[in-house]
Design a protein. Structure first.
Length: 132
């Protein structure tokens, strides 16, 4: 999600925004992880890392948008996260066989690839791979 924004900041030679945001969010992530570990154990550690990484990406996005970076694939990202959260909730409610979960993940991957327009990219590389 945030890679395009980091690349934009590097292109604009805006290292002065990358380093402080990384340090501030890193410190907040350590404090958040320690607090969540105390209350939730291992799940708290995962949540702390996840929340701090998300905060870092939001900080990169905010800095890049202020410098004029155009909107990226944000709605696809939000849609993908929403679908994955719904699928995770369904998997918690019902016990599904592993094979069915693998098939559902494969179908979700294909749909996400189609949504991001990656199949045109794959098709453009196929003739090059066949020549080798």
């Amino acid at each position: 999600f945030g890679t395009a924004y980091v690349q934009f900041l590097l292109y604009k030679k805006s290292n002065r925004t990358i380093i402080p945001s990384r340090i501030i969010v890193g410190i907040l992530g350590i404090v958040l992880s320690a607090t969540l570990i105390r209350f939730f154990g291992m799940i708290g550690a995962v949540l702390g890392v996840l929340i701090s990484n998300f905060a870092l990406q939001v900080a990169y996005r905010t800095c890049a948008r202020r410098l004029g970076c155009p909107k990226r694939q944000e709605r696809y990202f939000i849609a993908t996260v929403t679908v994955l959260a719904i699928l995770y909730g369904i998997s918690l409610m019902f016990t599904l066989p592993l094979a069915l979960e693998i098939v559902a993940t494969a179908i979700g991957t294909v749909l996400a690839g189609y949504g991001y327009g990656l199949w045109g990219l794959v098709r453009s590389y196929l003739p090059r791979l066949k020549r080798r």
